[in-house]
Design a protein around this ligand. Structure first.
Ligand SMILES: *[C@@H]1O[C@H](CO)[C@@H](O)[C@H](O)[C@H]1NC(C)=O
Ligand SMILES: *[C@@H]1O[C@H](CO)[C@@H](O)[C@H](O)[C@H]1NC(C)=O
Ligand SMILES: *[C@@H]1O[C@H](CO)[C@@H](O)[C@H](O)[C@H]1NC(C)=O
Length: 494
């Protein structure tokens, strides 16, 4: 029931999309890891590449400021109003909630007025540089899906570097430089993302677009993810298939949009003129009201769900993969090397599931009768090799020709297959029992046991003091001979 519901939802989605939005159907959402399909062998699972939905990642980050005591208000201080450098009686006081500007206020909901913001101490120690590092850490690899947007409450800084880490903050690379004068600040020629192309999309540039100083009205700084996507997917990102194709085949491109941490290095506050006004240093500070980071957990196309538990993000891995990023095969599923799912072929991609390990199966699926297995690619199945203990079959679940299932042994018992329970040469059914198909003795009413060796009353504990029930007749050799069958194999599992 559950499975077919799965199918029909999927089918419904296809229908709705094709009616309403013909383009997205071309590249698919990769929002299902598996679906049931009907084949000649009945219902089977079909596995597909899948990824979590893109979401607001600021809910899951930890923020760290350097220097740690750079936030204003401890001790309380006054600063100049935005846009009026001569009105310098605004107060920041960390101990008064209405006057405090802690870092959390960069990630709270904006949309009410006045906006809430983090603010640094002022540049009272000029000419010592006023610099702040704001580090955002996810402790998880994430893939950016939209522009990083930083909204300043102060003027936008004269110099700033956005950096990224892919190894949880051990090493850092610049993502983009921002300056009012790139050449002066970073010895770089100013560029805009629009100057780039498919071939230079990974170039790290310095832009002057967002750093026009204290006096302009715009307060926003972008790191342009979408403009970079557009080099592959076209304007308005209509051709996502092309982007996904590129991401699939170019690891460098995929890595470019992947981070574990971001660091905003504020290097010089908005000055706006050539000289710093030393008489009004309370004019100069950093204030940020909002930081937007949209992305998704990187799960290597093996999960649609990423859970936030114990302040940690983890992919809920499918396809028998495991690890925070589904970056390896589960124990006992290492039958071939792990690989990420693939966006190709569009629209469902390729799951590249992990398959059962050769060595682990020995114990779990050969019932202990073999420790060697072989993967048959064509059949997508694993068979046990060299079954021991007179067993045979894909899982060593059958008895070899001439051997019979020992009913009192478990499937993984060394004695599970035994040579002829009863025949003329070896074992005889006792007390007049007759051998049936070499497998068991048919015992007279008073006897029981594999070879009719036990008195039934003994087993029930009801034998009288004179236990002799008369001499039982011996089995007829002719009958035993007749019932001796050779060459029939009996299954262990039905
Ligand atoms: C910011 O980080 C850089 C790189 O690690 C470091 O050199 C610099 O001193 C830091 N700045 C501050 C203000 O902590
Ligand atoms: C993963 O392994 C389980 C058994 O543990 C199996 O039922 C399931 O079908 C496997 N999934 C894939 C995608 O191979
Ligand atoms: C059948 O299996 C049981 C349990 O291992 C064992 O004790 C018994 O000897 C086996 N029977 C024969 C005939 O080997």
């Amino acid at each position: 029931m559950y499975l077919s519901r799965f199918l029909s939802i999927h089918a419904l989605w296809v229908t709705v999309s094709s009616v309403m939005q013909p383009y997205p159907l071309v590249w698919g959402h990769y929002d299902l890891c598996k679906t049931q399909i009907y084949t000649e062998e009945g219902k089977v699972w079909d596995y597909m590449a899948c990824q979590p939905e893109s979401t607001d990642m600021t809910k899951y980050l930890k923020v760290k400021l350097d220097p740690p005591d750079i936030t204003c208000g401890d001790p309380p201080e006054t600063f100049c109003a935005m846009g009026n450098p001569y009105m310098c009686n605004n107060e920041c006081d960390a101990s008064t909630p209405e006057l405090a500007h802690p870092p959390e206020l960069m990630f709270d909901f904006e949309g009410r007025h006045p906006s809430t913001f983090w603010q640094s101490a002022t540049w009272k120690e000029y000419p010592k540089p006023l610099q702040v590092n704001i580090t955002l850490s996810w402790s998880k690899t994430i893939e950016l899906t939209d522009n990083i947007v930083i909204t300043f409450e102060s003027g936008r800084p004269d110099q700033m570097i956005l950096e990224k880490s892919l190894d949880y903050g051990r090493t850092w690379q610049p993502y983009q430089y921002y300056a009012t004068d790139c050449l002066d600040a970073f010895h770089m020629d100013p560029k805009s993302v629009k100057d780039l192309s498919q071939h230079t999309v990974l170039e790290i540039i310095c832009t002057e677009e967002y750093s026009t100083g204290y006096t302009t009205n715009s307060k926003i700084i972008h790191f342009e993810i979408k403009d970079r996507f557009a080099f592959f997917a076209g304007p308005r990102l209509r051709n996502m298939a092309s982007l996904y194709g590129q991401l699939d085949t170019t690891k460098k491109l995929r890595d470019f949009f992947t981070v574990t941490d971001l660091r905003i290095r504020l290097l010089r506050p908005a000055v706006g003129e050539i000289f710093v006004d030393e008489l009004h240093l309370a004019r100069y500070f950093y204030a940020i009201s909002d930081i937007k980071v949209r992305g998704r957990c990187k799960c290597n196309l093996h999960a649609t769900v990423c859970v936030y538990d114990n302040s940690k993000l983890t992919c809920e891995c499918e396809h028998n993969t495991t690890g925070p990023d589904c970056g390896k095969c589960k124990k006992n599923y290492q039958g071939r090397p792990w690989s990420p799912g693939s966006y190709l072929p569009i629209p469902k991609g390729t799951a590249n599931t992990c398959i059962p390990s050769i060595s682990s199966i020995g114990n779990c699926e050969c019932f202990g009768h073999s420790n060697r297995c072989s993967y048959i690619d064509l059949l997508n199945t694993v068979i046990c090799v060299s079954c021991k203990h007179n067993t045979r079959g894909q899982h060593c679940e059958l008895c070899r020709l001439g051997y019979f299932r020992n009913a009192s042994a478990q499937l993984d018992d060394e004695n599970v297959c035994i040579a002829n329970v009863c025949d003329n040469e070896l074992l005889h059914c006792q007390n007049g029992g007759t051998c049936h198909n070499n497998v068991r003795c048919l015992c007279p009413a008073a006897y029981t046991g594999i070879l009719c060796e036990k008195l039934r009353c003994e087993e029930a504990g009801s034998c009288g003091s004179d236990s002799g029930q008369g001499a039982p007749p011996h089995g007829s050799p002719a009958l035993l001979l007749l019932t001796t069958l050779l060459g029939s194999a009996s299954p262990l599992v039905f």
